[in-house]
Design a protein. Structure first.
Length: 486
């Protein structure tokens, strides 16, 4: 497989070199990457919150809105995602240039699965002061599988101020959300965005007049859990970013969901009634400075999720709290030395998952536990510019993971559900584990509106197949593309 991928890369490389090595008559797509952004993280987490029906797990899933742990996230999953993400400079260019277009990235994370992230944004002006837009998000990965649309109506209030009315469109009526967004373009002080989202506003109506189980088998009806929202269900998002045309730049954002009370019930089980209270927040940002050929920045990220549940599930009492913290701090840098572009991203990351209480009952893990994982993540590379339309890069990517000793008791328990058994086999390691790979990237500006990257990785760890004792050297591959519509 590695040989086949190498042949494909070589063919594309040679074809592109001979076809595109001529002079450039127009500015290439999104070449302005003098600063950094990490707003992609905030946007994806917003989707995880708003489109809960298509995030991994059903209503009873209680391991946090970001779904750090699922049976599909294997031990190299974070490394796979880091290698697949757009570099912080590419994210800055995407948002700086208006996002009117298509972005798609996908890579392998399992033998038979791709992790796919695709978004399409189309805007159309109605007048000097009004516009409509449609954003499409297609995602298939270890933490979600969704097709979500968001319709936007924009009204310009003044030269600097605008209002946005946004509405999601998804498969389930109960998951519809309405957002009012205020945007202010502040010149040298930067741009400000503030969103208020009324989540799941049809949920209770659908529960009363819909959800007819006529077409469901008794087994399916028994698994048809529903929620009644018993308090305001709001979500707030804020962002403040500088214009990006100065030496110093920042891009800061947050998400807050105040405590929401819900009752989880099942029409097929009279003695099932669980009350929940959940609140969450996200902090994310990067600050960088451009010093001519070199840009250096620091970034930080944190998610917090707290859910309390109590009630009855059949003959079992439910009374527990599940709490997750996931955060990272790091350094990112990019330089330019003639035709060479060094790239660096390094971060220290933490994941804490704590469950406490007397009776888990409906929990994924029906017992108390305290999981702590620490990670060092490294992505260092060098890109060589062959022509204005073609470049190649090689990157060394690594993760060092350690897990607390308390996990031994968790894995030894006979009461652990299948999900946690999978965590133990695929994702969670006891003690210390290092994963390393070298990746090859081919970047092609096929047109001033079209940019494509192909990449593949070579494993340095001599990992063996789970079922066959054979070393696997080909360690994932994929592609990224950006298409501008302006």
């Amino acid at each position: 497989m590695f040989k086949s991928l190498f042949k494909i890369f070589t063919g594309v490389f040679l074809f592109t070199f001979f076809q595109l090595s001529g002079t450039v008559n127009a500015q290439l797509l999104y070449e302005d990457t003098g600063h950094f952004s990490t707003f992609d993280w905030t946007k994806n987490l917003r989707l995880q919150i708003l489109d809960k029906s298509h995030a991994y797990g059903n209503i009873l899933y209680d391991r946090g809105f970001s779904r750090v742990l699922t049976p599909l996230t294997k031990h190299e999953y974070e490394l796979d995602m880091m290698g697949q993400e757009y570099f912080f400079g590419d994210q800055f260019a995407w948002y700086k240039n208006g996002q009117n277009g298509l972005r798609s990235r996908f890579s392998s994370y399992d033998k038979g699965r791709w992790a796919v992230f695709t978004e399409l944004h189309v805007d159309s002006e109605l007048s000097d002061k009004a516009a409509i837009g449609l954003s499409t998000h297609l995602q298939q990965h270890g933490r979600a599988e969704r097709a979500l649309f968001e319709f936007t109506y924009k009204r310009k209030l003044s030269e600097r101020q605008s209002l946005y009315f946004q509405h999601t469109v998804a498969e389930f009526k109960r998951d519809l959300d309405l957002t009012l967004s205020y945007r202010y373009q502040g010149g040298e002080m930067g741009d400000v965005r503030f969103d208020f989202t009324y989540q799941d506003y049809l949920n209770n109506v659908v529960n009363k007049v819909g959800n007819d189980a006529y077409f469901q088998t008794p087994e399916e009806a028994a698994m048809n859990y529903q929620e009644q929202i018993k308090s305001p269900n709001a979500l707030f998002l804020g962002r403040w970013n500088s214009p990006g045309d100065k030496r110093f730049h920042w891009d800061l954002s947050f998400i807050v969901q105040p405590p929401v009370k819900k009752n989880i019930f099942n029409n097929a089980e009279d003695e099932f009634s669980v009350d929940s209270r959940e609140w969450l927040y996200v902090l994310n940002g990067v600050v960088d400075v451009n010093m001519g050929p070199v840009t250096v920045g620091v970034f930080g990220y944190k998610t917090f999720n707290n859910e309390e549940r109590n009630g009855v599930a059949g003959q079992n009492r439910v009374d527990y709290t599940a709490k997750q913290n996931n955060y990272k701090v790091g350094l990112v840098a990019k330089g330019m030395v003639r035709k060479l572009t060094p790239l660096l991203r390094i971060s220290r990351e933490y994941y804490n998952d704590l469950q406490s209480g007397d009776n888990g009952g409906v929990s994924v893990v029906d017992q108390e536990f305290d999981l702590k994982e620490r990670r060092w993540m490294l992505d260092a590379g060098l890109m060589y510019k062959i022509s204005p339309k073609l470049s190649i890069a090689s990157r060394y990517q690594s993760q060092l993971r350690t897990t607390n000793e308390d996990l031994n008791a968790l894995q030894a328990s006979e009461e652990i559900h299948d999900l946690v058994r999978n965590w133990g086999q695929f994702y969670i390691n006891t003690g210390r584990r290092v994963d390393n790979r070298v990746t090859l990237h081919i970047n092609m500006h096929l047109h001033r509106k079209f940019k494509l990257q192909l990449f593949g990785a070579f494993d340095l760890d001599a990992d063996t197949n789970r079922y066959v004792d054979r070393i696997q050297r080909f360690d994932k591959g994929g592609a990224k593309m950006v298409v501008a519509l302006d």
